[in-house]
Design a protein around this ligand. Structure first.
Ligand code: SAM
Length: 299
């Protein structure tokens, strides 16, 4: 921020401390449309102040004085792609934690432990965390898979991919270092097995887990470009909640195509209602919203 302000004239510097004007209805609608078109995220009228605050912070950083000028910069400015990449990180909710949905991870564990042993020995298990934020979810998946393999006395033959639209969160996830507060509530044995103290009072994921997890930037609206296929487990929680119903269904269909026959798809509770994805069979569970892909494409 300081660096940006160094390029401002004194008048602009004074301006940057002033309050931005309120966003009018037409401007709000323009930003809503842009965000939904590019990310799938719908912003309700109640979230207007969230949008104003976050746009305002970014506009001050770069010394931009009007929502309209900033909009034009984002859609057609010379640095539009890079600026959008910065902004999208500010407009997404990135809250996450290790073992966020314990029932869902228990289901993953049961699913793996009941798979034919020969299959687990022959072919690596592939899991994918879609909308992985700073990495807690894919690392948790890796820990769960590792626990299963060790319980079955098998080599840890598995890989986990985490994907997200935001570049900064992917960088943090790759870094694998966390504030110890993020581990609150986690089982002490698991903490001791999978984390070690690191620099600046952080803890880091041990290499045996880190080496099994990779991260990539991917917009869930561009699933047709994703190289993932034959996944055994797809975990997509707390992302579709921001999308319209029709779009949730579309994305679930696309994710189902990426599952291996017999693969498991897990969403967040309540993220898909009144609809049965074709080719998938609901896992009977009160607490977890999950399906198994049928062995053939028949419904
Ligand atoms: C609330 S976090 C969920 C993190 C994790 N799945 C969990 O449940 O703890 C939602 C994540 O979805 C990402 N996201 C939002 N829109 C996206 C899109 N169109 N494609 C991919 N990721 C997206 C955000 O950047 C954010 O990191």
């Amino acid at each position: 921020m300081a660096q940006m302000h160094n390029n401002l004239s004194p008048a602009e510097g004074i301006w940057s401390l002033r309050r931005l004007p309120d966003m009018d209805e037409a401007q709000f609608s323009q930003w809503q449309t842009l965000l939904e078109h590019r990310t799938g995220i719908t912003l309700s009228a109640e979230r207007r102040s969230f949008l104003e605050t976050n746009l305002g912070i970014r506009m001050r950083e770069i010394g931009c004085s009007s929502y309209q000028a900033y909009y034009e910069k984002i859609v057609s400015g010379p640095d539009a792609i890079r600026e959008w990449s910065t902004l999208v990180d500010r407009l997404t909710v990135q809250e996450t934690r290790f073992f966020r949905d314990p029932d869902a991870f228990r289901l993953v564990s049961d699913y793996v432990l009941t798979r034919p042993r020969e299959q687990l020995k022959k072919r690596p298990l592939e899991a994918w965390s879609v909308g992985c934020s700073t990495g807690e979810e894919p690392y948790t998946l890796a820990m769960v898979l590792n626990e299963c393999m060790s319980q079955l006395a098998l080599q840890p033959l598995f890989g986990v991919t985490g994907s997200d639209i935001s570049k900064p969160v992917i960088e943090k996830a790759r870094n694998g270092q966390f504030n110890p507060r993020k581990l609150l509530g986690m089982d002490e044995d698991m903490k001791a097995r999978y984390f070690r103290p690191a620099e600046r009072n952080t803890v880091e994921i041990v290499n045996s887990i880190r080496d099994r997890v990779c991260f990539t930037r991917l917009n869930v609206l561009d699933l047709d470009k994703a190289p993932m296929h034959g996944m055994n487990i797809i975990f997509c929680q707390n992302l579709l909640i921001y999308f319209r119903r029709w779009r949730r269904r579309e994305i679930v269909k696309r994710l189902a195509e990426r599952l291996a026959p017999g693969g498991l798809l897990v969403l967040g509770q309540g993220e898909l209602t009144d609809w049965q994805p074709p080719g998938l069979q609901r896992v009977p569970s009160e607490h977890v919203l999950a399906w198994i892909k049928r062995q053939t494409d028949e419904e």
